[in-house]
Write a protein that binds this ligand. Structure first.
Ligand code: NAD
Ligand code: ZN
Ligand code: ZN
Length: 362
């Protein structure tokens, strides 16, 4: 058993509390990982507010990390102590019907199909003050050590800087893949990205890499515009600067709406605005933002009858175990500017400050 620090969410709506926890050794098919760095994605906020589906408290959150294998359980063959890894919020078991389908990245071992609050044998590897603590998405990267099933770990380049490539656990591949894989943005096309957090800025990078000729970035926080321009946005607009709805503004700016729109905020009103912003006949709208679990949105079906396509994406559509290491290798070849997404670096003791910075749009 390893004793280390972890940020524990004891109950819905409470700030995280940094505690000493015990981390049991990995059982068969599991791997114990020393987490070196973790990013903070907006989804953590949903978890702390209790609006992410099927999370059980107390829980150790965190899903955008990078680390080093400390020990392996029986039967683990693809990883050994010392390997650098990225924990995967969508596993790739390689055996389920979805893994076998080249079109899908939604492994049936994913949390949204079968909750990952406990290890596959339905027990936890974490205890704190004598209480069992739940896992989150099988990852719990807000702990210095965590236990993860082998199928939810990607082995990456031994030279990769973990404090930078932790973003390849969620934010970067999600936004980038939303453009490349889910929307399949074509060269010369027009795009609109709603929301310029880590994920939205990665979608801007994906649109640019795909050769879009116009990328319109939309955010209510104008402080985000300089970085969006640096990463490829050609226009940056703030909905508050217009009297008319933003979908009308975008339609006027482009003639008949953009070819591809992306909602990367997680709000019902911006989801419908993003849908209405794309071309009424051939436009594709990709939903990336996460709405509170149980909430619903209503749209006029005529928006789709005219031909639009409305899609969603989880982790940008990548088949994770095989694709994340390749993305990290491309990063090592300096193909992505993902380092620009890192605004602050804090020790684990200041995890709540990190979440406040995210919520304050900083
Ligand atoms: P973030 O908080 O860093 O960024 C959100 C951005 O949206 C901010 O810049 C904010 O100013 C902007 N915004 C808020 N309200 C707005 C409005 N009304 N109009 C325009 N802009 C507005 O968040 P993030 O970490 O980039 O995550 C974005 C969303 O993506 C979240 O909902 C998160 O849960 C979701 N997400 C989904 C996946 C997936 O696999 N589908 C993966 C990661 C994150
Ligand atoms: Zn995330
Ligand atoms: Zn699978």
């Amino acid at each position: 058993v390893i004793r280390c620090r972890a940020a524990v969410a004891w109950a819905v709506g409470k700030p995280l509390s940094v505690e000493e926890v015990e981390v049991a050794p990995p059982k068969a098919g599991e791997v114990r990982v020393k987490i070196v760095a973790t990013g903070i994605c907006h989804t953590e906020k949903h978890v702390l507010e209790g609006s992410f589906p099927n999370v059980h408290f107390p829980v150790i959150p965190g899903h955008e990390g990078a680390g080093i294998v400390e020990s392996i359980g029986e039967g683990v063959t693809s990883l050994k102590p010392g390997d650098k890894v990225i924990p995967l919020c969508i596993p790739q078991c390689g055996e389920c019907t979805f893994c076998l389908n080249p079109e899908s990245n939604f492994c049936l071992k994913s949390h949204l199909y079968e909750p990952q609050n406990l290890m596959p044998d339905k027990t936890s590897r974490f205890t704190c003050k004598g209480k069992q603590i739940h896992h989150f998405l099988w990852l719990s990267t807000f702990a210095e050590y965590t236990v993860i099933p082998e199928c939810a770990l990607a082995k990456i380049d031994a030279a990769a800087p973990l404090e930078k490539v932790c973003l390849f656990g969620c934010g970067f591949p999600t936004g980038y893949g939303a453009a490349i894989n889910t929307a399949k943005v074509k060269p010369g096309s027009t795009c609109a990205v709603f929301g310029l957090g880590g994920v939205g800025l990665s979608a801007v990078m994906g649109c640019k890499a795909a050769g879009a000729s116009r990328i319109i970035a939309v955010d209510i926080n104008k402080d985000k515009f300089a970085k969006a321009k640096e990463l490829g946005a050609t226009d940056c607009i703030c909905p508050h600067d217009f009297k008319k709805p933003i979908q009308e503004v975008l339609t006027e700016m482009t003639g008949h709406g953009v070819d591809y729109s992306f909602e990367v905020i997680g709000r019902a009103d911006t989801m419908t605005a993003a849908l209405a912003s794309c071309n009424m006949s051939t436009g594709v709208c990709v939903m990336v933002g996460v709405l509170d679990s149980g909430s619903a949105i209503s749209v006029d079906p005529i928006l789709l009858l005219s031909g639009r396509t409305w899609k969603g994406t989880l982790l940008g559509g990548w088949k994770t175990r095989e694709s994340i290491p390749k993305l990290v290798s491309s990063y090592m070849e300096k193909k992505f500017k993902s380092d620009l997404l890192i605004t602050h670096t804090l020790p684990i003791a200041k995890v709540n400050e990190g979440i406040e910075l995210l919520c304050a749009g900083k």
